[in-house]
Ligand binder design. Structure first.
Ligand code: COA
Length: 452
């Protein structure tokens, strides 16, 4: 049974839909109601109506239709009975939000669910927050507390519901879009490997980001990942790098984390890009989803802040990128329009009175330089001479066919501009090191694609 019932349902039942606005079963129904266009059946034996929708006591009482998917949010002791009803009703897919299984040592109950479901119904969870995508929001977080991202090209698989959801909130407020979000929790059935395969065929997804605590079918995962990375990049953040961290994983999703070095080696072998910090996960993903790969390690840095240019240069050299001298011809071209006090070498410093026009011309020179494979552009938006049309200039840089990452450090004014740039698929970073590391990810992925 494939996974379409999870991602293209026409009818959904919410089992454990609650009458109390603070309960998870209420919030799931509320968020589903404002996003999902299909039919919704709240199931609750103690209620006749919730949020204006007629309630039925059991899923077996639905007469006119078989829902494609059930969302289960009843206490752990009730899940077995509810799942058995779903199987009786021939429902194809269920997301079990409920906690209280192997993560607290309740392995037997979890195994029972797994065995019951085999060949009859597909399961996501338990102990998860489920799925978020355009038109399907089953997250139990109130929308005014957790912002949902716009539609974009990053798919995000997460073993931790809280880690995943709060990252969604963060990237949504930066203007970064997401194609699909899937929280897999204890993953007794659908796991990261099957999702990789599924997402590799998803036309809206251009990069797959993953937060992972454990992978049980390592060999298969590597085989699948090797195939998928030929089509689209995969970025993974693996948690549980220390013994204490591994202990914490056991009581979080009930899984065995394994040696981190083994995971790192496997990721490398599979052509997966590893994020070493939580920040790097989306930093890399948003560059990989939206920018072309970088064909060599030679970058140009263009800045309107001298110090930022130096920090970016240091970071580039530290991580194995080159900031080469520009050709005589390029320097001559820069001299034509740059003031005497501006630096016409790489890193190119347009100085604190840089205009949009100065950026436009300088970017054209460095992008056209044959040896330069990508550009890190530092655009400090606070300076008075920089006008709003800088956004169009940066947007137009895609004509050069080379990657670019932007660093824009600052507060509210800068954040507003960042959001606009992100909505055009231009990856923007708060700090120069992050912009440099993210362009390096484009170089690393370029090397992966060149490998046989
Ligand atoms: N079928 C349908 N509805 C049922 C039911 C059943 N067999 N048994 C209970 N219900 C109804 C209840 O009547 C209640 O509705 P009401 O509030 O209108 O009375 C609703 O389902 C919820 O049941 P309740 O007993 O109040 O449970 P709860 O809401 O306190 O807790 C969970 C249920 C699933 C939220 C809780 O067990 C849990 O697992 N919480 C953690 C979940 C989590 O964090 N997951 C993600 C981790 S990343």
């Amino acid at each position: 049974m494939n996974l379409d019932a999870f991602f293209n349902p026409k009818c959904i039942a919410v089992i454990g839909a609650s009458r109390s606005p603070e309960k998870l079963g209420y919030l799931i129904l509320e968020n589903l109601k404002v996003t999902f266009q299909g039919k919704i059946y709240p199931i609750n034996p103690n209620a006749s109506e919730i949020l204006g929708l007629a309630c039925l006591p059991s899923i077996l009482d639905i007469e006119d239709i078989i829902p494609d998917m059930a969302i289960i949010a009843v206490p752990a002791a009730e899940v077995k009975k509810v799942l058995s009803d779903c199987i009786k009703k021939k429902i194809k897919a269920a997301v079990i939000i409920t906690s209280g299984f192997s993560e607290i040592g309740n392995k037997e109950a979890e195994l029972e669910l797994k065995n019951m479901a085999k060949g009859k119904i597909r399961l996501i969870g338990p102990n998860c927050v489920g799925i978020y995508q355009k038109g399907l929001d089953m997250l139990f977080f109130p929308r005014k507390r957790l912002k949902r991202p716009s539609e974009g090209s990053i798919a995000f698989i997460t073993q931790s519901g809280a880690f995943g959801s709060t990252l969604l909130d963060l990237v949504a407020s930066e203007g970064v879009g997401v194609s699909k979000f899937i929280s897999i929790g204890n993953k007794i059935d659908v796991n990261e490997t099957e999702l990789l395969e599924y997402l590799s065929k998803d036309l809206n997804t251009r990069c797959i980001a993953m937060y992972i605590e454990s992978i049980e079918d390592g060999k298969n995962f590597i085989e699948v990942a090797k195939r998928v990375v030929k089509k689209k990049p995969i970025v993974v953040f693996k948690a549980g790098k220390t013994n204490k961290g591994k202990e914490a994983i056991l009581s979080h999703t009930g899984s065995l984390a394994g040696e981190h070095a083994v995971y790192s080696a496997a990721f490398e072998q599979a052509g997966i890009i590893e994020a070493n910090t939580t920040e790097e996960l989306f930093d890399f993903a948003k560059a990989l989803a939206n920018q072309p790969v970088m064909n060599s390690n030679k970058i140009a840095i263009v800045t309107n802040g001298g110090g930022f240019g130096i920090v970016a240069t240091d970071e580039a050299v530290r991580i194995g990128l080159e900031v080469p001298e520009l050709s005589k011809e390029s320097i001559k071209n820069l001299e034509k329009f740059m003031p005497a006090y501006a630096t016409k070498k790489n890193p190119v410093d347009l100085t604190g009175d840089a205009t949009t026009e100065r950026y436009e011309k300088a970017l054209s020179v460095v992008f056209k330089e044959k040896e330069i494979a990508g550009v890190v552009c530092i655009g400090l938006m606070q300076i008075p001479t920089l006008k709003e049309d800088i956004i169009n200039v940066l947007r137009e840089c895609k004509v050069y066919g080379k990657p670019m990452t932007i660093c824009a450090t600052g507060g509210q004014w800068t954040t507003e501009k960042t959001k606009i740039l992100e909505s055009y698929g231009i990856p923007v970073y708060l700090m120069p090191e992050r912009a440099v590391k993210s362009i390096k990810a484009l170089y690393d992925y370029g090397k992966i694609l060149k490998m046989k």
